[in-house]
Design a protein around this ligand. Structure first.
Ligand code: ADP
Length: 478
């Protein structure tokens, strides 16, 4: 198949969260399975890579022709296409210290249109794989601009839903800037507003939520108002868990003080000592070290962490947290360091390398997300022999099996309901098992480390979705 993956962020070029990991890794897994793959994302500031003689295309939006450059970097059998435009050359990706950029509709409509132009010479049909609201308008542009010209009649669009919270909503008046016929307004209209995510949901040929549980929850009560729209497409909506990037492998990870694997965990103790040293905590092999890495957003349940920390830090434990985002939670990070200088660290900022070292050096990983479409850190944790304690929601519920010592099963603790009492109870079980049942602990770790979270598995499931989307279009056009 010819597959064109389009996303607003893509590793290794840009990243604010899990979408970038997915958008960077899935193309490689698909190419390894023999598909021809293009992976298209903006060239933000600070992104290097082939810039010599980029192809230029012109796209009409908001009353003007905009020239964009398309440069191709070939890696791992994938054609990575970077879209150049002055509006991507800013300090942040979606916003800066002053808030979210006011022209994001324009910027991502430009990305969607440029992506279709970028593969104009590729033999049809192609599968366009759009992601989240940013590229939700891609199927609308295909239908409104290209199909009337006889292009892409058999090409299909698959839309992945990574997070329903962000929908790219704008005033109705902005619709005029898209330069498409007014008969496409009902597709984009949600309660009188322009909603790119809703447009994508109703016009893509197939929909993928990033975990089976999330695919159901967004139809019930986690769709941020789009539940009825999602229910109307329930037959075309499936859940596919994200895989994890092969760069997250403790046996080869260059960020670590020592490498380790399920068969030889000596390096993990070295990593723990190195992390304690790096962060200025007492170097003690026996003390349980709890880690957390997160965007600091209400979604991530940091308020539950705030609740449990005074109780937790009375105990003989160490707590290491890395994150950036809401000021309130950044303040909380600084505060715990001040109050518990020998027990806790709250590192404010985005630090990919430190994230690897926390995953490797910690014993227990905390992820009490209020909702979590898929979540990656709990999977990284299991891969690194760090036992996760998570809220039983979305992808967390689908990946972490709660420990049942009587039946030798489980890879962590998934708590419910979403309360600090349930969270602290789960942390309590984890600490007790760590301290009193080292054999059981070793088994829990081993099960986590040997679970298959590879992209190859997810890529096979995506392949099936692509096939279904293509056949549906073929039937529709025959
Ligand atoms: P989301 O996409 O909602 O932020 P995920 O768990 O799917 O959550 O993915 C988060 C990704 O971002 C992981 O790769 C995680 O390690 C990384 N990450 C989040 N915050 C930070 C940070 N402050 N520093 C480094 N990496 C971070």
């Amino acid at each position: 198949m010819n597959v064109v993956i389009v996303a607003s962020e893509m590793r290794p070029f840009s990243k604010t969260g899990g979408l970038a990991d997915v958008a960077g890794a899935l193309p490689v897994a698909l190419a390894e399975r023999g598909h021809r793959v293009w992976a298209i994302s903006p060239r933000y500031r600070h992104v290097d890579g082939a810039r010599q003689q980029p192809e230029r295309v012109s796209v009409e939006l908001f009353g003007m022709d905009h020239e964009v450059g398309l440069s191709v970097v070939e890696a791992h059998g994938v054609q990575f296409v970077l879209v150049d435009h002055v509006s991507f050359q800013r300090e942040g990706i979606y916003g800066d210290v002053h808030g979210v950029f006011g022209d994001n509709l324009f910027r991502y409509a430009l990305l969607s249109r440029a992506a279709i132009e970028a593969v104009a010479a590729v033999e049809e049909p192609v599968v366009f794989h759009a992601n989240d609201w940013h590229t939700g308008l891609l199927p609308v542009f295909l239908e409104a601009i290209h199909r009337p010209r006889g292009e892409h009649l058999r090409s299909a669009v698959v839309l992945s839903l990574h997070n329903l919270k962000h929908q790219g909503i704008e005033a109705k008046e902005m619709f005029g800037g898209l330069h498409i016929d007014a008969r496409h307004w009902p597709t984009c209209d949600m309660d009188g507003l322009l909603n790119p995510l809703k447009a994508g949901i109703v016009s893509a040929d197939a929909l993928v939520a990033v975990s089976p549980s999330y695919s159901l929850q967004i139809q019930e009560d986690q769709g941020f108002g789009l539940e009825p729209v999602l229910r109307s497409r329930s037959e075309d909506l499936v859940g596919v868990l994200n895989g994890i990037d092969p760069s997250w492998d403790p046996a080869t990870d260059p960020h670590l003080a020592a490498r380790f694997s399920a068969d030889d965990l000596h390096g993990k103790s070295v990593c723990k000592a190195a992390l304690q040293r790096e962060l200025g905590l007492p170097e003690r092999p026996d003390v349980p070290l709890l880690g957390l890495i997160s965007r600091l957003d209400a979604q991530k349940g940091i308020d539950l962490v705030e609740d449990v920390v005074p109780w937790l830090l009375q105990d003989d434990v160490q707590l290491v947290m890395l994150g950036s985002g809401a000021r309130r939670f950044e303040h909380f990070f600084r505060e715990i360091e001040r109050r518990w200088p020998t027990k806790a660290r709250g590192w404010v900022g985005f630090n990919e390398s430190l994230a690897h070292r926390i995953e490797a050096g910690a014993d227990i990983f905390l992820m009490p997300s209020r909702f979590e479409p898929c979540g990656l850190n709990q999977m990284y944790s299991m891969r690194y022999g760090t036992v996760p304690v998570v809220h039983a929601t979305g992808g967390l519920a689908d990946t972490v099996v709660t420990v049942d010592p009587t039946h030798d099963r489980g890879t962590g603790w998934a708590f419910a309901p979403f309360t600090s009492a349930a969270f602290s109870r789960a942390i309590g079980y984890a600490l007790q098992t760590y301290r009193e049942y080292p054999k059981t602990w070793a088994e829990i770790r081993r099960r986590g480390m040997t679970t298959d979270f590879s992209w190859d598995h997810s890529a096979r499931l995506y392949e099936e979705v692509y096939q279904r989307a293509l056949s549906r279009r073929a039937q529709a056009t025959s």
